[in-house]
Ligand binder design. Structure first.
Ligand code: PMP
Length: 525
């Protein structure tokens, strides 16, 4: 039985397939090369489709890049093991070294970063979340130990008559005048223990997207994706995006002190100690699924300053923006944001392997994490070999690929800006950098076309545009997941003039139909 037999029931996410069928984009691709996917039509002809969705941003080098395919062939030709966990492996080490070379070049700081591998973007984010929480818990333990030492000294000093407890301290701890130092110590212990039992908080920006697993979904702002699973893990505080002062305010709002007692000059003093409540500030420097929105350098500086002041690590999720797409390996280097953790995935496997890596700065790194965290397939031989080759392709010829990305992105952006200038009533904004671009369309809730009004109300507007561009122009693009009026344009660095012209023509046709409320928007090819 073949998979294409029409009577066979569809059991692999049939609901999603039904949605794609409604849009007329439920074709099966049989071949892929560069920025082109091919499907076979009813007459047996291969039909090329221009792929501007780029595997949701994973295809920085396009489909089946010859050097990455060669790396895969070489790997198997040599009979290398894919799975030999808990052994010495040189490729992950070489990947980590190369990433450190890139970090030093882009941020100019010699402090090394350690690499923990994972299998997907969300998993990489969760490695960062787990590590940051582990580090926080260890900080909490250190604080508790220190407070315990102080309490023992207080009990000893009061019992031996070396220090007295001022009334004010008794009052502030809710103790009675005759209460001994043991009771005071218990009051402090109870307050600290109550705080220590609270789950951690993660800070992130409104509009963020950090994945859809049980932990990472808590940091994904879109309520539709997140709220049903809110009970599964520690929650986030979402900070207003690009609003001066908002970051410091959020950090301040999460600030909690716990009591401590000290012996000073023959008296017991009650002091307040800052308690680490926030595990990390996690952000994308260019929000991808939130509609391609860039964090500015001044806001990045606010994040760094507020986090440093409060001892909170900064995790930069470069899963979509990294790997050279914006013209530099790390998009954060454009705004001078040096993170404590960086997360990479998508393009790391060269468009073929599934892999991710979380880079953690030495001063934040807790080596025992390696004994606590593991994953059967993470850092497997195949994907780390492909990641290594991918990094070498990106870094070859003094970073020629980054220059290609910047140039191709500039060309595409100029074209999109012209479309916006010619259709300001249809296109609201063009955003992004390099090959991470978004075109935001204006609201269609008053369109003369009922399906457009309905799609707007149902939050699927951009998918109608995807359907039209595919059916009428054989172009594949999708809206960003959490901002569905924005089409994402994330082709490979090899996206040439011809492809730009093709996309230009198709977008202009779409804009004309939207402008006039033309029902040909819904015609099937
Ligand atoms: N973070 C960002 C910034 C992303 O864009 C994505 C995927 N769109 C993820 C995390 C999750 O990656 P994955 O789908 O591989 O789990």
């Amino acid at each position: 039985m073949t998979t294409t037999e029409s009577h066979a029931p569809e059991l692999a996410e049939p609901q999603m397939l039904g949605f794609l069928a409604q849009l007329g984009i439920d074709v099966e691709f049989i071949r892929a090369e560069g920025d082109t996917l091919f499907y076979r039509d009813g007459a047996g002809e291969d039909v090329p489709v221009l792929d501007v969705a780029g595997g949701y941003g994973a295809l920085i080098l396009g489909h089946n890049h010859p050097e990455i395919v060669d790396a895969a062939r070489d790997f198997f030709a040599a009979g290398r093991p894919v799975l030999a966990q808990a052994s010495r492996q040189s490729d992950p080490t070489l990947v980590a070294r190369l990433l450190n070379d890139i970090l030093r070049r882009e941020f100019g700081d010699p402090e090394p970063y350690y690499a923990v591998f994972a299998n997907s973007g969300a998993e990489g984010v969760e490695v960062a979340m787990k590590h940051a929480e582990f580090a926080r818990v260890l900080r909490v333990q250190d604080l508790l130990t220190e407070i315990e030492t102080h309490l023992a000294a207080v009990v000893e000093a009061v019992d031996s008559g070396a220090a007295r407890v001022p009334e004010e301290v008794l009052r502030r701890l809710g103790a009675e005048p005759g209460d001994g130092p043991g009771i005071l110590a218990d009051r402090v212990r109870a307050a600290v223990a109550q705080q220590a039992a609270q789950p951690p908080v993660f800070l992130t920006f409104a509009g963020s997207f950090h994945g859809k697993l049980a932990g990472s979904i808590q940091l994904t702002h879109n309520a539709g994706f997140r709220v049903p699973f809110a009970g599964l893990a520690a929650s986030a505080r979402f900070v207003a995006f690009e609003q001066p002062g908002a970051v410091a305010e959020a950090v301040e709002a999460e600030g909690v002190d716990v009591p401590d007692l000290l012996v000073e000059g023959g008296e017991i003093r009650l002091v307040q100690r800052p308690f680490p409540t926030v595990a990390a500030f996690v952000l994308e420097v260019i929000q991808g699924e939130g509609g391609i929105r860039m964090v500015s350098a001044p806001i990045a500086a606010e994040v760094r300053a507020a986090a440093d002041a409060a001892g909170i690590p900064v995790v930069v999720d470069e899963i979509q923006s990294g790997m050279g797409r914006t013209g530099a390996f790390f998009a954060s280097s454009h705004i001078g944001l040096r993170a404590d953790y960086f997360v990479l995935a998508k393009g790391l496997g060269g468009g073929i392997a599934k892999t991710a890596v979380t880079l953690i700065r030495e001063s934040c790194y807790r080596p025992d994490f390696e004994l606590l965290h593991s994953s059967t397939f993470a850092r497997d031989g195949f994907s780390t070999a492909l990641a290594l080759r991918t990094l070498r392709v990106l870094e070859a010829d003094g970073g020629a690929v980054y220059r290609l990305a910047a140039r191709a992105g500039e060309r595409l952006r100029t074209t999109l800006e012209k479309v916006r200038a010619d259709f300001p009533d249809v296109v609201a904004e063009v955003r992004g950098r390099g090959l991470m671009l978004g075109v935001e369309f204006r609201d269609q809730s008053t369109s003369p076309l009922p399906p457009l009004r309905e799609a707007t109300a149902n939050g699927i507007l951009g998918y109608l545009f995807s359907g039209y561009l595919f059916r009428a122009h054989r172009i594949r693009t999708f809206p960003t997941a959490s901002a569905v009026s924005t089409l994402r344009l994330e082709p490979s660095v090899y996206f040439g003039d011809e492809a730009v012209a093709e996309l230009d023509g198709a977008l202009r046709a779409l804009c004309s139909l939207l402008r006039t409320g033309d029902p040909r928007l819904f015609e099937t090819a």
